[in-house]
Design a protein around this ligand. Sequence first.
Ligand code: PLP
Length: 281
Amino acid sequence: MPKIAYLNSKYIRFNSAKVHIEDRGLQFSDSVYEVVSFYNKKLIDFDFHTKRLKYSLKELKINFLFKRHNLKNIFHKLVNLNNIKNGIIYLQITRGVQPRDHVYLDNLKPNVIIYARNKKFHYPKNNFKGETAITYADLRWKRRDIKTVSLLPNILAKKEAAKKNAYEAILVDNNKITEATCSNVWIVKNNKLITHPSNSDILKGITRETLKKIINKNQLILKEISFTKKELYNADEVFITSASSFVTPIIKIDSKPINKGKIGNISLQLATLYSRLFLDE
Ligand code: PLP
């Protein structure tokens, strides 16, 4: 368990960190969040995460202004106070507290919650294996580009996956694959990569953006187009990306093996290249 958390400018014992019962994040999920990984105490893609955080805050008109370097200092301090080498930082900003009302008041004081937890990451050279997934209906709202804590459809889907001993639930909207409960989904067909375009139907994953650069640099072909459940089942390879799962190959979906149940070459290549960004060689 973490020892120290950050709550509204104070570093306090994790167990004593509390927010008000009329916090709008609690009552309306009126709140945004970010998850940033760190490896050997080094933050991964910090600048991209803060950029997306600014976007989420702006889209929901939550008044929280921050300086990037101040946030970075808080993250580093939490990593050090809790003495964690590899893990994730969870940051959540709620709109603030007011007597319960759907109409939010302007200029509320946001609650700022930040803490670090250790995590063992999954990457080539570290017991790298393929995972399984299920497909599940995408029941979410129409602004999935905003990283809000409104995650009920995601947690219901992920629980179904867990019940079936699967790692992820891949979400299907109108027979199109959008993404997964907490990761973006990619397929490989005839050596070409395909992933859903970044519009309001998906979260524009930070790992997705970083991987796009790697793909470009390595002269691989990427198409950002939507694909069907049938195309998913018939893909040569499938993998998911997220800040905490990095690049994770999927080798079985529902009862269908992908690439005969083995990690594909392109998935392995991309997982390796991605992990080189932060692994000490
Ligand atoms: N899609 C959803 C719905 C997510 O919740 C996440 C991460 O939590 C992602 C995609 C991957 O985003 P990132 O690479 O920024 O972690």
